[in-house]
Design a binder for this molecule. Structure first.
Ligand SMILES: Cc1ncc(COP(=O)(O)O)c(C=O)c1O
Length: 430
């Protein structure tokens, strides 16, 4: 132990182990740019809509007028009244809720990342669990675990389609096993549309999961951050998005147990805004989250900009139409390229910015019989060619060798990314 380690707490040491800095800082500080940094790393791993960010930036340059009030503490961390009204209007327009969303049903914080932590802290005790299907968005583990100390209890699908209602049995088995092993499972996370699979849950499955939650008194947190990043896909496996707010859920789950998180990072192509909200009718939960949201505060300038975007409904309609058509086009392009190289991908994806692809045939299992080591060796080859994809083990994959690839990129970046990827793994056109 170095002298310095003794100067920090046990919990500080534990949390330092989970830091993303060592892995992400080298990537994020050396990003590829065709003109300014052609030797940089092509990032096909971070889930951002790189095509729409310019529209956001142009809008900001045109619209934002600050006043001295913008640089005060404003109305506090919960979200200004203006922002909560604008977001409630937005959700009432696009989520088709059966009960009108009211501004007071929303609490804001600096992103869903923080809201997961705040939700975890408010609904569970240290060591309690939340059910999550596999594969999943990797940050949920730290979002719930790092400070709120809520454990992710992963639900294996073991060959069952995790979007079918049949999967409910697997959730219940995982729940009972976790409880038998001493983890008090308190919630279920529904990521709909799903990251990394890019699929939406059919209504029947959502209802069945709600019933399971009701039976075992679990909260259902629905992460709908990709709700408007859904596009047409001729794939027969593709299912349209259904928000948990869009049908009468009271026969299946008590409103006290049903919550939604939503934000600006995906549909609004503004991850750097660091802004998201939680919707809930459970006032005890919302009061608890409100009591600690000052540690996860998004400033008035961000809130002002978000309100401007939400209030310009004409601009926003056009923005979403463009975004969905661009995502559809990139998704098709990405699938075509993968097919040309004989690379398998998971079907039915009609949402988000990504495809879940099978690079298992490129694992060198003769040199690395341990599959995880083989996956790491493949990642090392990608690092050498300066191409970054998210590896499946980080996303709790059930089968090693699957990766998530982000296609919401400018043409030129997509082409360069694929060129480097195929070079790194040794893939050839079939
Ligand atoms: C499903 C999902 N939820 C939440 C987030 C993070 O949201 P935020 O930027 O609002 O913290 C991401 C980002 O990739 C995501 O994919």
């Amino acid at each position: 132990m170095s002298g310095m380690e003794g100067t920090i707490s046990e919990r500080g040491r534990a949390i330092a182990q989970t830091s993303l800095k060592a892995r992400l800082q080298p990537l994020l500080s050396d990003l590829y740019d065709a003109r300014d940094n052609p030797g940089g790393i092509v990032d096909m791993g971070t889930a951002e809509n790189h095509i729409m960010t310019k529209d956001v930036s142009d809008f900001a340059n045109r619209k934002i007028r600050t006043s001295s009030k913008t640089f005060t503490y404003g109305e506090g961390p919960w979200g200004s009244k203006r922002l909560r009204i604008a977001m409630a209007d937005h959700m009432n327009k696009y989520f088709h809720p059966v009960s009108t969303v009211q501004p007071e049903d929303l609490v804001f914080a600096n992103g869903i990342t923080s809201l997961c932590e705040l939700f975890g802290y408010a609904m569970g005790e240290e060591g309690d669990g939340i059910l999550i299907s596999r594969p999943c968005y990797q940050a949920f583990i730290a979002d719930f675990g790092a400070k709120a100390k809520i454990k992710c209890v992963f639900v294996p699908s073991d060959g069952i389609d995790q979007f079918s209602a049949e999967i409910v049995e697997a959730y219940e088995t995982a729940l009972l096993r976790a409880r038998a092993e001493g983890t008090n499972v308190r919630a279920l996370l529904l990521c709909n549309p799903h990251n990394p699979l890019g699929r939406c849950y059919p209504l029947e499955t959502i209802k069945a999961l709600m019933q399971l939650c009701q039976k075992h008194r679990l909260h259902l947190l629905s992460d709908e951050v990709y709700a408007l990043s859904v596009f047409d896909n001729s794939d027969p496996a593709a299912v349209q998005f259904t928000s948990v707010l869009s049908f009468d859920s009271t026969p299946y789950i008590s409103p006290n147990y049903l919550h939604v998180v939503y934000g600006f990072s995906k549909d609004f192509a503004a991850g750097g805004l660091r802004l998201g909200c939680i919707y809930s009718r459970n006032t005890a939960l919302m009061d608890t989250i409100s009591a600690i949201t000052q540690f996860s505060w998004s400033g008035p300038l961000n809130q002002l900009f978000a309100a401007e975007m939400l209030e310009d409904t004409e601009w926003l309609d056009e923005f979403f139409t463009k975004s969905q058509s661009v995502l559809k086009e990139r998704n098709e392009k990405c699938r075509t390229v993968l097919e040309e190289y004989g690379i398998e991908y998971a079907h039915g994806a009609n949402a988000g910015f990504f495809l879940w692809i099978n690079l298992r045939p490129y694992l060198d299992l003769s040199t690395h019989p341990d599959e995880k080591q083989a996956e790491n060796a493949l990642v090392a080859k990608m690092e050498k060619e300066k191409i970054y994809l998210t590896q499946g083990t980080l996303l709790q994959t059930e089968q090693i060798g699957w990766f998530r690839i982000i296609y919401a990129q400018e043409d030129e970046v997509l082409e360069e990314g694929f060129r480097r990827l195929f070079l790194a793994i040794g893939a050839e056109k079939i």
